[in-house]
Every structure is written in C-alpha cells, then in structure tokens.
Design a protein around this ligand. Structure first.
Ligand SMILES: Cc1cc2nc3c(=O)[nH]c(=O)nc-3n(C[C@H](O)[C@H](O)[C@H](O)COP(=O)(O)OP(=O)(O)OC[C@H]3O[C@@H](n4cnc5c(N)ncnc54)[C@H](O)[C@@H]3O)c2cc1C
Length: 289
C-alpha cells in the first residue's frame, strides 16, 4: 500500500511563516501534513531512507525558520485529536493546544498545567521542550509518551526512562500521544489560577507582537533578560526585529522582520553579553536553518 506514496503525497502548499509564532519563514521543499499515524510512520521511514532530517512542528511557538533546505517539516494539523480521561489520568494527542487541554481537563475537575496557560504551544512541543514556568514543568505531570522513533516504529516510553532537564529532553522522534497524571481541582480554582498566570504573562511579556518567548536559556543563577538589559541592548532594532523594551529576553517582530534580522540580534546579544559579562548565552529557541 505504501508503494504508491511518496513524501510529496503529503505536501502542503503554504509559507512556513504561517507555522511559526514569529511569523517568519519562506517556502519549504517538504512541508508535510500527515493525516494518520501510518502516514507519519511512513514519512519518518522515508526521510531516513533519503537521509533527510525531520522537523516536527507543533504550535511553532519556539521555532525560527531560516533556509530549511531539504528538511522534512512535519505539521500536526491533520493528525487525529485524542482526549481520554480515566479518573486523574488523561491521554491526549500531541497536536492539542495547551489552552484546549487546560479547558477540557477543567471540565473533568482536573488541573495542574495551569502554569503554562497562555503559551501558544501544543502538547507535543511542550513535552519535547519540557515547557515550564513558575518553578514547575510539564514533566512533573507526565506519565508516558507514545512516539514514532527515527526508524518509523511506534514506541512507548515511561517518564522514568526519559532524561529531561531545563527546556530539554532526551526524546528523539515524533511524539504522538502522552498520558498525564493530573490533580483533582475545582473548576473555580483552575479558572482563578489560569487567569492569574495569564495576567502575569501579559504584564511581563510583550504579547502584542509575534515572538518565540524567551530567546535564550537563563544561565545558572542569572536571568538572560537582565544580562541583555544590563548590556544596554533593550529596544535595539534591526530591520523589523527588536529586542523587546518590555522583556529583553524576547525578540519581537515589529513588522516584516526577516530571519537575518532576528539572527543578527541573537548574535549581537550573545557577543555583547560574552564581552561585558563573560557569560555565554545558550539559545532556547530552535533555529532551523
Ligand atoms: C509568548 C510566549 C511565551 C512563552 N512562554 C513560555 C514559558 O513560560 N515556558 C516555556 O517553557 N516556554 C515558553 N514559550 C516557548 C514555547 O511556547 C515552548 O517552548 C513550547 O514548549 C513549544 O511548544 P510548540 O508546540 O509551540 O513547539 P514548536 O515551537 O512547534 O517546536 C518546539 C520544538 O519541539 C519539537 N516538537 C514539536 N512538536 C513535536 C512533537 N510532536 N514530537 C517531537 N518533537 C516536537 C520541534 O521540532 C522543536 O524542536 C513561550 C513562547 C511564546 C511565544
């Protein structure tokens, strides 16, 4: 059955800018949207045969697209959406938005992930990045994941068998489903916590412009934003990209920013912080170039 398929059977004709929260990106040779798990498995196997790198894309809230070359960009938009609840355990597909997940689990009197309310991510991307905030991370609630490994096989792995840390995990493959062990919590409490987190985010972060959240990881016992600010780089603009005046670890697209505009700001921030503070800033965002 696979014989009649090729990678191009799953092509989407669209600009990558539509799939990055930074609204930057051109055309890709392989921008693919599988509709089933067997499509996904086929794509991963075929990419491996052709020696092409795969790039899963969820909410695109942490991905900066440059020249993606022949990379196989895989969107989750047409994969089936799964949401199953059994007591405190929720099984969910990777393509569900964080906001929908929090709202749906709230209807079952289950909470826990409110701390990532307001981030425009999907479950799969949030797991891959071990998204976190306010001293909590998504791995605190994760039980297991099901994923397509780099050979195209479907595998399941438990939380205890995964390595993870600050915005990093050992997952190498395409996450399809995950199970979470949530907390019993009233709807009223969940709503209040969610609103509190979202209002804190709007207060601190430049939500009125496209961005990818924190550009750099915080170095040990320091804040990347504070270091950049102390180097006098707040508000620095190149083309349509700017180091946000509101939060210096955010680079925002103030209008028609290009990949090069953003990349130039990244290099300036790294170089200046290294020179003035002696600290290497490590990227948190994923640059696909
Ligand atoms: C305004 C704003 C606020 C933010 N605040 C926070 C915050 O408080 N805390 C935080 O941790 N992050 C934050 N972020 C960053 C971002 O939301 C997180 O990194 C999030 O986890 C990315 O999820 P995503 O679905 O958008 O992933 P994407 O950006 O689509 O992808 C990110 C990485 O995950 C991989 N990936 C995506 N889907 C899958 C999958 N199904 N299987 C395997 N790999 C996959 C991608 O290949 C890429 O390497 C913020 C971003 C924005 C724009």
């Amino acid at each position: 059955m696979f014989d009649s398929k090729t990678l191009t059977s799953f092509l989407i004709k669209s600009s990558l800018s539509k799939y990055s929260n930074m609204k930057i990106g051109g055309n890709a040779t392989y921008l693919l949207a599988p509709q089933t798990v067997s499509d996904l498995s086929y794509i991963v196997k075929e990419a491996r045969t052709q020696n092409l790198e795969i790039v899963p894309v969820g909410g695109g809230s942490n991905i900066l697209f440059g020249n993606v070359g022949n990379r196989v960009i895989i969107l989750d938009a047409y994969l089936p959406e799964i949401f199953q609840v059994d007591h405190k355990i929720v099984i969910v597909s990777s393509n569900m938005k964080i906001s929908s997940f929090i709202d749906k689990t709230m209807q079952h009197g289950l909470g826990g992930l409110e701390f990532i309310s307001g981030i425009p991510a999907h479950i799969g991307g949030a797991i891959h990045m071990n998204a976190g905030a306010f001293e909590k991370c998504i791995f605190d609630y994760l039980l297991w994941i099901e994923y397509v490994d780099m050979k195209g096989n479907i595998e399941m792995i438990k939380h205890e068998d995964l390595d993870f840390g600050y915005r990093t995990t050992s997952i190498n493959g395409y996450i399809m489903r995950a199970a979470f062990n949530l907390e019993k919590k009233s709807k009223k409490e969940i709503l209040a916590d969610k609103e509190d987190i979202i209002s804190k985010r709007f207060e601190r972060h430049p939500y009125n412009y496209p961005s990818l959240g924190s550009t750099f990881k915080n170095p040990k016992s320091k804040f990347a934003g504070q270091l950049i600010e102390e180097c006098g780089l707040k508000g620095l603009q190149i083309g349509g990209a700017q180091i946000s005046e509101k939060h210096a670890n955010f680079i925002i697209n103030v209008g028609n920013a290009t990949f090069n505009d953003v990349f130039e700001l990244i290099k300036i921030a790294q170089k200046t912080v290294k020179k003035q503070k002696g600290i290497e800033l490590e990227l948190e965002i994923k640059v696909i170039n």
